[in-house]
Design a protein around this ligand. Structure first.
Ligand SMILES: *Cc1c(COP(=O)(O)O)cnc(C)c1O
Length: 388
């Protein structure tokens, strides 16, 4: 079944009030990386997240991770532990500062950092007089990592945790919002995320001094003086007041977006899990995922059909789908980094596919995706039988 309009993986979905906020920015001439929308957007985030969390709105999620590494004092030669299965932006800022990432495999219940390998890594590095400076845990596709176990290990060895919640705004862990569970939290509002400001991010913490410092560093580290006075290296990382206006409109529909993304997941699962070859990751008890992207493992045990068979079939039908994140320890750019684990994340990469998951997908688009997957499945199954 050919779909005429391309069905994308995840596209921006405006709620309606974004334009009014943006117009207000124009009308009042607050076209700058400061202004009333910026403060109000931070207030909206703080109110939504609760737990006495403070927020600094920034130009990207990557900038937020970079500032987190600076606040935690990462210096050239320092080691920082990072989940291997993630987007490269989780790890790149470690290298910006001359640090070395140490990658950790995933476990099968959430696909995030395996606490067992995390502790193995910490013990090994401490033995070699290289105590890691920080731990970067990620909530992939919105599924919270095992934060109780990760935090317990982090506390035991007194290593701060940075929560990369770029994909997990709206997710929660035993009732606490993702982004508020670590020492520092990171959000992204890039165009493909659950809500967007076109480009943008935020750094979160209960430590108000850190957030104050982050805002200072993000605005060129200007000391308090009438002239331009600097005693530290600064960055141009603040969010613009226009972007923040979009963010204010998006915050009004965040809960609805979570519902819509979770509905996509339920729809695909109901339509496809009758096929033994398709596995949808369930939420462990106490875990709530925003289901940013619906992901499916295809044929984890048999050899009848592959992830690529389905992906290429969808591509022919003008439907966007994508393999899961390729683990960082398998990326050429990180080939000299240490890795603790087995092949869990590598296997997830081999068999996992992200399906079109925008909150703006129509029922008929979801149906088209499912029909094409089933058709491709039947076609390949026949071809493989003939080959045998
Ligand atoms: C999107 C994303 C980032 C980076 O956020 P940007 O706002 O695009 O810089 C970081 N980590 C993860 C896991 C992401 O998905």
């Amino acid at each position: 079944m050919e779909s005429k309009q391309k069905i994308w993986l995840s596209t921006p979905h405006m709620g309606g009030e974004e334009r009014e906020f943006v117009d207000e920015a124009f009308d009042t001439n607050w076209i700058a990386p400061l202004g009333p929308h910026l403060n109000a957007f931070e207030g909206d985030l703080e109110a939504y997240l609760g737990e006495n969390t403070f927020a600094a709105a920034l130009s990207s999620g990557t900038a937020a991770i970079h500032l987190a590494m600076i606040l935690l004092g990462v210096q050239p030669g320092d080691e920082v532990i990072c989940q291997s299965m993630t987007f490269s932006a989780s790890a790149n800022p470690i290298v910006y500062l001359g640090g070395k990432p140490i990658f950790i495999d995933s476990e099968m219940e959430t696909w995030n950092m395996d606490p067992g390998f995390l502790e193995d890594a910490i013990r090994d590095r401490i033995k070699k007089y290289k105590k890691p400076k920080a731990i970067i845990a990620v909530h992939l596709y919105g599924m919270p990592a095992k934060m109780d176990a990760i935090s317990a290990i982090a506390n035991k060895y007194e290593i701060p945790v940075v929560e990369d919640a770029a994909e997990a705004l709206g997710s929660s862990f035993h009732g606490l919002k993702c982004g508020t569970l670590g020492d520092l939290g990171v959000l992204s509002f890039n165009g493909n995320k659950i809500i967007t400001t076109s480009c943008g991010g935020a750094l979160l913490s209960k430590n108000s001094d850190w957030i104050k410092k982050a805002k200072f560093l993000a605005t060129q580290a200007r000391d308090d003086a009438p002239h331009y006075q600097h005693s530290q290296i600064g960055y141009n990382y603040r969010m613009s007041n226009i972007s923040a206006g979009i963010g204010r409109g998006q915050m009004k529909v965040l809960d609805e977006r979570v519902k819509q993304r979770r509905h996509n997941f339920s729809f695909y699962k109901a339509a496809l899990s009758e096929l033994d070859e398709f596995f949808f990751l369930p939420e462990p008890s106490g875990y709530f995922s925003n289901r940013w992207l619906t992901t499916v493992l295809i044929n984890p045990s048999k050899n009848s059909i592959s992830r690529e068979d389905i992906r290429l079939g969808l591509e022919k039908a003008n439907i966007d789908s994508r393999p899961l994140w390729k683990p960082m320890h398998l990326q050429p750019v990180f080939s000299d980094c240490l890795y603790f684990g087995t092949n869990v994340s590598a296997n997830l990469f081999r068999s996992g596919l992200c399906l079109p998951s925008g909150s703006n997908l129509t029922r008929s688009e979801l149906k088209t995706v499912v029909e094409n997957i089933k058709m491709e499945f039947d076609r390949i199954a026949k071809v493989k039988v003939i080959k045998v």
